[in-house]
Design a protein around this ligand. Structure first.
Ligand code: NAD
Length: 384
């Protein structure tokens, strides 16, 4: 059986500390019969020194050599523009390529005859895909880090303390959106000693929240919005207004609010309004995981920006939280990559079967064409 050469590059995006293959991932890939090469220094920011990779059995190379020699290149973010020109026809690029956000990238990759595979297209509800689900593994890390960030920013204790100097009350924590990131934020805030309440619009989330030991936020209005594939659907305007009014009335009693609400393919819903922020106590903290240039779950939250409202509420627009836990995030990411390759590589050959649901979800460009229907539709849409 011939072996494919899998190469992990050093990330070039600003402030990114993750790496697509950890030393543990190298061991796992070698066990499946592949060869592994690593760009020297690629794991340094995630606390994986080069020697950990060579001990695991990988070969260290310079960037240019890696682009020359690897059959498959794995990354977290797309390589910088200058590095993309190092890719050659027939080579495979696997990472979080965000083709629906950056559709010019697939165009260039197709022109360069590079086969590209983007993990953000993985069908998340398919149980066979769970071990490859990078969005979930990274959301899990993000939820954990969001709770730590909130606790670190909050000016008091999370747990109740009874000391000779008196008793402090525990912090009241609300987590809005009880998906992967939300449930991890709930679990982490509970382990830190906060009194935690979760909220979501999907019926199934009620039992998920209960299973963590947190309570569920009961609003005067009942919105039940389970959509396709177990995800939430977008709310109607009437439902949104009713939810907003009920949330406005509830949020003021919480010391920490962590928001993680999203509906696939839609702008994140704004759930913490300016009125709700105004009702919070000075010293309260709000962390918005959904903050993006398109808006987030919290009024005025901007990615990578911390603001303090006039009434003393710190609003953190969180961005790339997994990079702040780089070792754990990279280890999980690498395991997802190894699982995907175990699915796609048979007898030393990458098998791209268009009838396979996983392949159809992740394959973006192949043989000079953009093959992903949604990406193609976006590029062929009006004004393109
Ligand atoms: P998920 O789909 O598993 O969970 C989202 C939850 O939001 C779902 O349970 C859904 O029912 C709920 N929701 C949708 N609309 C709602 C509404 N109107 N009210 C209440 N709940 C609602 O998603 P996830 O993987 O947990 O990711 C959550 C968010 O975190 C996303 O915006 C994602 O992009 C973001 N994220 C951020 C970082 C970061 O570093 N900031 C990292 C990973 C993920």
């Amino acid at each position: 059986m011939s072996a494919l050469s899998v190469g992990a590059v050093a990330e070039t995006a600003p402030r990114e500390r993750r790496v697509a293959l950890s030393p543990d991932g190298v061991v796992r890939l070698l066990a499946t019969g592949q060869q592994v090469i690593i760009e020297a220094g690629a794991g340094a920011a995630a606390w994986f020194p080069d020697t950990d990779y060579t001990d695991a059995g990988a070969r260290l190379v310079a960037k240019r050599e890696l682009y020359d020699q690897a059959d498959i290149i794995v990354c977290v973010h797309p390589p910088a523009a200058a590095d993309l020109s190092l890719l050659h026809p027939g080579q495979v690029l696997i990472g979080l390529l965000a083709p629906l956000i950056e559709p010019q990238l697939p165009r260039s990759l197709a022109e360069a005859k590079v086969t590209s595979i983007s993990l953000d297209g993985l069908p998340r509800t398919l149980s066979a895909a769970q071990s490859m689900d990078v969005l979930s593994s990274q959301a899990n890390v993000a939820g954990y880090k969001a709770a730590l960030l909130a606790a670190d920013t909050y000016g008091s204790y999370l747990p109740m303390f009874m000391t000779a100097a008196g008793t402090t009350r525990p912090a009241q924590v609300l987590v809005i959106g009880a998906g992967v990131a939300g449930l991890q934020a709930i679990g982490t805030a509970r382990r830190l000693g906060g009194v935690v309440t979760g909220y979501d619009v999907r019926d199934a989330a009620r039992s998920d929240v209960a299973s963590t030991g947190a309570s569920f936020l009961e609003l005067d209005t009942t919105v039940s919005a389970t959509g396709d594939g177990g995800y939430a659907r977008a709310l109607t305007e009437e439902e949104r207004n009713a939810q907003q009014a009920a949330l406005n009335a509830a949020i003021g009693r919480f010391d920490i609010v962590i928001t993680t609400a999203q509906v696939p393919g839609k702008r994140p819903p704004e759930l913490v309004s300016a009125n709700a922020l105004a009702a919070m106590q000075p010293g309260s903290v709000v962390v918005d995981l959904a903050a993006s240039e398109l808006g987030g779950n919290v009024a005025g939250a901007k990615p990578e920006t911390t603001t303090i409202t006039d009434n003393g509420v710190t609003v953190i627009g969180a961005n790339n939280l997994p990079s702040g836990v780089p070792k754990a995030a990279s280890t999980a990411y690498a395991r997802n990559i190894v699982a995907l390759l175990a699915h796609l590589v048979r007898d030393g050959t990458l098998v791209l079967d268009p009838d396979d649901t996983i392949t159809a979800g992740v394959l973006i460009t192949h043989d000079g064409d953009i093959v992903h229907p949604a990406v193609r539709a976006l590029l062929e849409g009006p004004g393109r």
